[in-house]
Design a protein around this ligand. Structure first.
Ligand code: 8YV
Length: 330
């Protein structure tokens, strides 16, 4: 096992305890409260060669570390890291794909069912004693039966959701930047086109400039009065004000949301609505999956410094080579 104990790895803010433990066991761990250049001492700035983060890492913070080689992001979505800037600086960025795919897809299906069949509300009815006092919970207005599903973002998680919903007997279409090779589902080259063709839109798209507020008033209008919108991707992809109006006015029927524009804050207007099912960003949040993500974060750091390669580089960083050949590193 290579001796990596002289290599300083910075953790800005909170990180999964298993990742902290593994970093501490192999490297020199430095923890600071948050990713703020004002907290970086001169000594720390020179020493840090790697970073493991579950928080925003912007260009100014990256630039605070002249010897930084790798940012290992906790999460498959890495919109919080300025990856373009990191790559320009020759800094590797890794994320945590695959290990959470099935968990997030399972959650998406649960959230969809909660939304159309009002299961959390029905449970609340039972818990409040209303079944005894008032009788059966009212029939849910919506059903999954007969729905047509559109998936916005046919990546790994989108495909896992599609596979599940195909097994539920539902027809699937999708919109993506480009058609996915060997993908059996109907492709729409615009989000608007997809929304017009389906009544159930599931957003799995990554955050970032290209998808910012892509789910807007026009898309919701196209989804229509039977429309159900589910978001398991990033809150930034939705114009939340437009979504609230669409839910209030009956432009669409219902929504299920695991992600929000300004987490952990959820607008009161959404909390006040009856036709939404809300979750506090728990898509991947099981003990086992979060541990697997923590493992992959640290495996990326170890592979980078011990074997001169990243295990799961983000696409824009995949071409980057370590600054020193592996033989000169330790
Ligand atoms: C994590 C996620 O909760 O992987 C992602 O992109 O959104 C979640 O699995 C998040 O990244 C860390 O809080």
């Amino acid at each position: 096992m290579s001796d990596l104990s002289s290599i300083a790895i910075l953790v800005p803010g909170r990180l999964h305890p298993h990742a902290i433990e593994r970093i501490e066991g192999r490297f020199k761990l430095i923890v600071i409260d948050r990713a703020d250049p004002a907290l970086v001492t001169e000594e720390m700035a020179g020493k840090v060669r790697g970073m493991a983060a579950m928080t925003e890492v912007d260009a100014a913070f990256i630039d605070a570390f002249p010897n930084l080689e790798i940012i290992a992001n906790f999460g498959v979505g890495y919109d919080a890291v300025d990856a373009a800037h990191a790559v320009r600086r020759g800094v590797m960025v890794t994320n945590t794909p695959d290990v959470l795919t099935d968990e997030v897809a399972d959650t998406a299906v649960g959230l969809l069912l909660n939304t159309v069949r009002e299961l959390p509300r029905a449970e609340q009815w039972l818990r409040e004693g209303r079944w005894v006092r008032e009788g059966a919970y009212p029939f849910s207005r919506a059903s999954l039966r007969g729905r047509t599903v559109g998936i916005f973002g046919m990546g790994r998680i989108g495909q896992a959701i599609a596979q599940r919903l195909a097994a539920f007997g539902l027809p699937i279409s999708y919109h993506n930047r480009r058609p996915v090779e060997n993908c059996p589902y109907a492709y729409f080259d615009t989000l608007q086109g997809l929304a017009s063709a389906v009544d159930t839109l599931i957003c799995v798209a990554p955050g970032g400039a290209a998808t910012n507020r892509a789910i807007n008033a026009e898309v919701l209008e196209a989804l229509g009065p039977d429309g159900v919108f589910v978001n398991i991707g990033r809150g930034s992809t939705v114009d939340e004000e437009a979504l609230v109006s669409a839910l209030e006015n009956g432009t669409i029927l219902a929504a299920g949301l695991d992600v929000f524009a300004n987490e952990p804050h959820v607008p009161d207007a959404l909390l006040d609505l009856r036709n939404v099912s809300l979750l506090p960003h728990v898509g991947s949040a099981s003990v086992a999956t979060r541990k697997a993500m923590a493992e992959l974060v640290t495996d990326n750091l170890i592979a980078w410094f011990a074997q001169a390669k990243a295990i799961t580089p983000v696409p824009e960083a995949a071409h980057l080579e370590p600054r020193l050949p592996a033989s000169d590193r330790l």
